[in-house]
Design a protein around this ligand. Structure first.
Ligand SMILES: *Cc1c(COP(=O)(O)O)cnc(C)c1O
Length: 433
C-alpha cells in the first residue's frame, strides 16, 4: 500500500516510511491510495473468524510487504489481546467497551500496534527512533505502556503539571526504562507547542530520528477500525445495523470507523459526539472549518478545537460535503448534560459511564429515531475520571484489579518549565550521552 499526503506536496511512501515519519514533510497527513474493499463472501462468514485472524486480514493490505506476514500476525494478536465486550444497556442502546486494555483506554489498541511496528522497523537500524508525545492524559499512558521495553525506541512524554488525573499520572510516570515523563509547568497546549517546534527543528532532525505517536500517525490511526469489526461480529443478527456514536476529539476514532464502512462493513450512520468543543458541527453546516481555541471540560480527552483527522474524513468522501452529511452528524453536550447522563444511566441501569462515553450516550438519545438501534463506543474506564464520576453517582468507583499494582510503584518524572529552549537543551544534552 502507498500513502499520499493530504497536502499533495510530498512524495507517496509505503507503510514503513509513513509510520516512521508520522506527518508528511509538507505537514499533510498520510492517507492510503486506495481503500481495500471487502468481499460479500467475507462479510457472510466474518462472524466466525477468530479475532486475531480477523485483525490480520483487515490490517494486512495496509501494511503490505513492509512487515512479514508471520510477524504482522503476532503484532495484531498482541495488539488486541484483551476483551471488547458488547453490552446491551437499554432496549435500543448497546455499548462496546473499549477500556479493557492495559491503561483502560481505547488508545491502547493504536499505541500497541504502532509500538510493535516501530520496534520491528528499528531492529534493522543503528539509530534509535525517538517518539515525542504531548498528552492531556490518556494518550501518554497508552503510549508509555505500549512502548515499554520496545528495543530501539525511546519515548518522551510531555504532560501538564496538575492537569491529569491521579491514575493517569501514575500510568505516565511509573514505567521507567525507555519511557521518560516530563512534567511541564504549563498547559496541554504548551506541551503540544513544544512538540511541534521540535518536529520543525532542523538541528534536532539531523541528530535524532523523531516521530510522533498522536493519531496523525497511520500506525496509530488504522488499527482503530478493528473496533468496528469486533463490534459487528457481536452485533445481534436479528437487528438492523446500528447508528454509531463515537465520543470525538481529534476525530481519529470516527474516521477509522468510516474507513471500515467504506471498506464494506455494514453499519448505520455515525454521530461525532462532542463536548462543547464541537467545531465539526460548524463544519458540517457550512463546509468551512474554523479552528477554535479548546475549552476545558469534564471529557478532557475531547477538548480539541482543531481536529486533525477531519481532513481524512474529507479525503474519504472526495470532499463531497453532502455525501458526508448523509452519513455523519454531530452532537454537542455540555458538562451538565454529561453529569446528568452518568447519573441517570447509573440509576436506571446500574452501569457507570465515564464522561466521554456519557457524551456519546446523550448524543444517541437525542439522535436515535423510533425503531433504530444505537451503538455507543465507551472509550475509557470511569475510574480514570473519579472526581467527576463520583460526583455524579454519589459513591466511589471500585478500582479494577489490573491497575492496583500501579499504586505501589515509584514515580519518576522530570520537572520542566514550559519553554522550548529548556526542552531542547535537555534533549540535546541527553542525546550526546
Ligand atoms: C482520545 C479520546 C477520545 C477522542 O478520540 P479521537 O480519536 O481523538 O476523536 C475520546 N474519549 C477518550 C476517553 C479518549 O481518550
Amino acid at each position: 500500500m502507498q500513502y499520499y499526503s493530504t497536502n499533495r506536496q510530498s512524495p507517496v511512501v509505503g507503510f514503513k516510511e509513513a509510520a516512521l515519519r508520522g506527518q508528511a514533510p509538507d505537514k499533510g497527513l498520510y492517507f492510503p491510495e486506495r481503500i481495500p474493499v471487502i468481499s460479500q463472501q467475507w462479510l457472510h462468514q466474518f462472524r466466525s473468524i477468530h479475532k486475531g485472524e480477523l485483525a490480520f486480514q483487515i490490517m494486512q493490505p495496509y501494511v503490505g510487504g513492509d512487515i512479514s506476514a508471520e510477524r504482522l500476525y503476532e503484532i495484531v494478536t498482541e495488539t488486541i489481546h484483551f476483551d471488547f465486550p458488547l453490552i446491551q444497556l437499554e432496549e435500543d442502546i448497546y455499548v462496546l467497551e473499549l477500556f479493557h486494555g492495559p491503561t483502560l483506554a481505547f488508545k491502547d489498541v493504536g499505541a500497541r500496534f504502532m509500538s510493535r511496528c516501530l520496534g520491528y522497523f528499528s531492529s534493522d537500524q543503528t539509530t534509535k527512533t525517538t517518539v515525542l508525545v504531548a498528552t492531556s492524559g490518556d494518550t501518554g499512558g497508552a503510549v508509555a505502556n505500549g512502548f515499554l521495553n520496545v528495543e530501539g525506541v525511546e519515548v518522551i512524554i510531555l504532560y501538564p503539571a496538575g492537569k491529569v488525573s491521579h491514575v493517569q499520572e501514575l500510568q505516565l510516570t511509573t514505567c521507567g526504562n525507555n519511557i521518560t515523563a516530563l512534567r511541564i509547568h504549563g498547559t496541554f497546549d504548551d506541551c503540544q507547542q513544544i512538540v511541534k517546534e521540535a518536529f520543525m527543528d532542523q538541528q534536532l532532525a539531523e541528530r535524532l530520528q523523531l516521530t510522533s505517536a498522536n493519531s496523525i500517525n497511520i500506525a496509530r490511526w488504522l488499527p482503530q477500525q478493528l473496533y468496528y469489526f469486533l463490534a459487528m461480529q457481536q452485533w445481534p443478527t436479528s437487528q438492523m445495523p446500528p447508528v454509531i456514536a463515537v465520543p470525538s476529539g481529534n476525530l481519529g476514532n470516527i474516521a477509522a470507523g468510516l474507513l471500515a464502512k467504506k471498506s464494506g462493513l455494514e453499519m448505520g450512520n455515525f454521530i461525532a459526539a462532542c463536548n462543547i468543543n464541537d467545531s465539526v458541527t460548524d463544519f458540517l453546516e457550512t463546509g468551512i472549518h474554523t479552528p477554535k481555541q479548546a475549552v476545558m471540560t469534564y471529557s478532557n480527552a475531547m477538548d480539541v478545537g482543531n481536529p486533525s483527522n477531519l481532513i481524512r474524513i474529507l479525503e474519504m468522501y472526495q470532499h463531497d460535503l453532502s455525501l458526508i452529511k448523509s452519513q455523519v452528524s454531530s452532537s454537542k453536550q455540555t458538562d451538565e448534560a454529561t453529569i446528568h447522563a452518568i447519573r441517570s444511566v447509573y440509576e436506571h441501569s446500574n452501569y457507570i459511564l465515564d464522561p466521554h462515553a456519557a457524551v456519546g450516550y446523550k448524543a444517541l438519545k437525542q439522535t436515535l429515531r423510533k425503531g433504530e438501534k444505537g451503538l455507543l463506543l465507551a472509550t475509557a474506564h470511569p475510574v480514570k475520571f473519579p472526581e467527576i464520576v463520583e460526583k455524579a453517582i454519589g459513591t466511589s468507583i471500585p478500582i479494577p484489579e489490573s491497575i492496583k499494582p500501579l499504586f505501589t510503584l515509584a514515580q519518576q518524572m522530570i520537572d520542566m518549565e514550559a519553554s522550548y529552549e529548556s526542552f531542547k537543551e535537555w534533549l540535546w544534552y541527553r542525546s550526546k550521552q
